[in-house]
Design a protein around this ligand. Structure first.
Ligand code: HEM
Length: 410
C-alpha cells in the first residue's frame, strides 16, 4: 500500500466512478451563511467529490440519512469533522459520547440518556416556563431589542447551566465554548484557527467547572458522578460527560431559538397562527424551525470499510460531509420545503440527527424552545425586524450574529 496523502487531516480519496468533482467550498463564509449551494449539491447526484478537500459530500435526504445513521459502516470515532482521528491527533481528547462507536458508546449513552430523560425534561418544564415568561416580559418592556443577545443567548445561558448544576456560569464563556467546538470540526480555515487560539483560554475555564466539587448536588452533572459511584463509568468519564453537555447544549439551543425568532419575524402569517394557539403550536413551530434552518447544518462521518451507497462505491477512509441542512430542504422528500409552515409534519427531519447518536438532549432542547415561543406568542402581538439580520459564519452551526427586533405587546 502506498503512503496515504493527508488533506485537512484525512485521507485524500480520488472521485469514485459516477461522482462529479466540484470545486465548491462549503466552508467559505458565504456558503456557510447563505447556503445557496444546497440545491446544486442535491441536483449533482447522491454524492459529489469536493475537489479542494479530497472528500465526499451528500445532501439528498435518503442518502444523507443512510450515511448519517449507519454507525457500523460510517463511524463517528474517527471524528465528526473533517479531520480523521485515525490518522491525525484530535484537537482535544475526543468526546466519549459523540466521537465514539458502540459498544463503548452504548455504555456512556445509557448514563446520559437517564440524566436527560423525558421525565427529567418534564420536571424542568415548569422552571423553563417561569424563566421564559420573566425574560419575555422584560424584553417586551424594552420594546426594541437585539434578539440574539437579549433572547436567544439570554435564555439557554440562564436555564441550561442551572439544570446541569454549574455553580458560577458565565454566559459569554459558554457561548464562546460552543462556537469553538463547532468551528474546530471544520477544515484548517480562518474560523478554525481563531477557535484553536481562543480554546487555550476557554477550555481550562470549562474543564474547571466539570468536576464533582464544582457542581450543585441536585443537577444533571451530579447524576453522572452518581453513575461513577455506582461503578457504571469512571470519575474521569463523569467529568467528560459534563464537558459534552456544555459543548453540545448551549450554542445549539441559542441557535434554535434565534432562528425561530427569525422565521417568525419573516413569516407574520405563521406567527398569527402561533398566537391563536400558543400552547398547541409552540412545539410544532420550534420543530419546523429546526427543519427549516438546521442549526447543526453539516457533520461528517468516515467510511470504516469499502462499501456502496446509492450505487456508488465508497472506499474505506473516505470522509463524507453529511449536509443535514440540504437534506431538510430536499423537494424529493418534503412538500414545498422552502415554505416555513408551522402546521407541517416536520417529524423525520435530520436536524437532531438520526440513529444511535441522535441528539440525546432533544427533550431539553424542545422544552427550551417551546417555553420561549409560547411565552412570546402569549405576550407579543407583532415581531418586527428593525434592521437587516446577519448570520455568523461557523464551520458547523447555522446561526445569527445579530437581529434587531421591535416587539409590539398584545
Ligand atoms: C436545537 C438544539 C439542538 C440541536 C439542533 C442538536 C443537534 C444535534 C445533532 C444533529 C446531533 C447528532 C450528532 C451526530 O450524530 O454526529 C446531536 C447529538 C448530541 N446532542 Fe444535540 N442538539 C441540540 C440540543 C442539545 C442539547 C440541549 C443537549 C444537552 C442537553 C445536546 C446534547 C447532545 C449530545 C451529548 C449529543 C451526542 C449524542 C451521541 O453521540 O450519542 N444537544 N445533537
Amino acid at each position: 500500500m502506498g503512503a496515504v496523502e493527508l488533506v485537512h487531516g484525512h485521507k485524500r480519496i480520488e472521485p469514485p466512478d459516477g461522482v462529479p468533482s466540484w470545486d465548491v467550498d462549503p466552508y467559505s463564509a458565504g456558503n456557510l451563511t447563505d447556503r445557496t449551494y444546497f440545491d446544486a449539491l442535491r441536483s449533482k447526484g447522491p454524492f459529489v467529490y469536493l475537489s479542494r478537500y479530497g472528500m465526499l459530500a451528500c445532501g439528498r435526504y435518503d442518502v444523507t440519512r443512510e450515511v448519517f445513521s449507519d454507525h457500523v459502516r460510517f463511524v463517528s470515532s474517527r471524528g465528526v469533522g473533517v479531520s480523521d482521528f485515525g490518522l491525525e491527533e484530535p484537537w482535544r481528547p475526543p468526546s466519549i459520547i459523540l466521537e465514539v462507536d458502540p459498544p463503548y458508546h452504548t455504555r456512556t449513552r445509557r448514563v446520559i440518556m437517564r440524566a436527560l430523560s423525558p421525565k427529567v425534561a418534564r420536571e424542568l418544564r415548569d422552571a423553563f416556563k417561569a424563566d421564559a415568561e420573566r425574560l419575555i416580559d422584560a424584553v417586551v418592556a424594552k420594546g426594541e431589542i437585539e434578539a440574539v443577545t437579549d433572547i436567544a443567548e439570554a435564555f439557554p445561558t440562564k436555564v441550561f447551566p442551572e439544570a446541569v448544576g454549574i455553580k458560577d456560569p458565565d454566559a459569554k464563556m459558554l457561548v464562546e465554548f460552543g462556537s469553538i467546538v463547532f468551528n474546530a470540526i471544520g477544515p484548517e480555515n480562518e474560523l478554525r484557527n481563531r477557535a484553536m487560539a481562543r480554546n487555550k483560554v476557554v477550555m481550562p475555564w470549562i474543564l474547571e467547572r466539570c468536576s464533582r466539587e464544582r457542581l450543585t448536588p441536585d443537577g444533571i452533572g451530579a447524576s453522572f458522578f452518581e453513575a461513577a459511584d455506582a461503578g457504571e463509568i469512571t470519575e474521569h468519564e463523569a467529568g467528560m460527560l459534563v464537558r459534552s453537555l456544555l459543548s453540545a447544549g448551549v450554542d445549539t439551543t441559542v441557535t434554535g431559538i434565534g432562528n425561530a425568532l427569525w422565521c417568525l419575524a419573516n413569516n407574520p402569517q405563521e406567527y398569527e397562527k402561533l398566537k391563536a394557539d400558543p400552547e398547541g403550536l409552540a412545539l410544532p413551530a420550534f420543530e419546523e424551525t429546526l427543519r427549516y434552518t438546521s442549526p447543526v447544518q453539516a457533520f461528517c462521518r468516515t467510511a470504516a470499510v469499502d462499501t456502496e451507497v446509492a450505487g456508488i462505491r465508497i472506499e474505506e477512509g473516505s470522509k463524507i460531509l453529511c449536509v443535514l441542512g440540504a437534506a431538510n430542504m430536499d423537494p424529493d422528500h418534503w412538500e414545498a420545503p422552502e415554505k416555513f409552515d408551522i402546521s407541517r409534519q416536520a417529524a423525520g427531519h435530520l436536524a437532531l440527527g438520526v440513529g444511535v447518536h441522535v441528539c440525546v438532549g432533544q427533550n431539553i432542547a424542545r422544552a427550551e424552545g417551546r417555553a420561549v415561543l409560547r411565552a412570546l406568542a402569549e405576550r407579543v402581538d407583532r415581531i418586527e425586524l428593525t434592521g437587516e439580520p446577519t448570520w455568523r459564519p461557523n464551520n458547523a452551526i447555522h446561526g445569527l450574529d445579530r437581529m434587531p427586533l421591535r416587539l409590539v405587546p398584545r
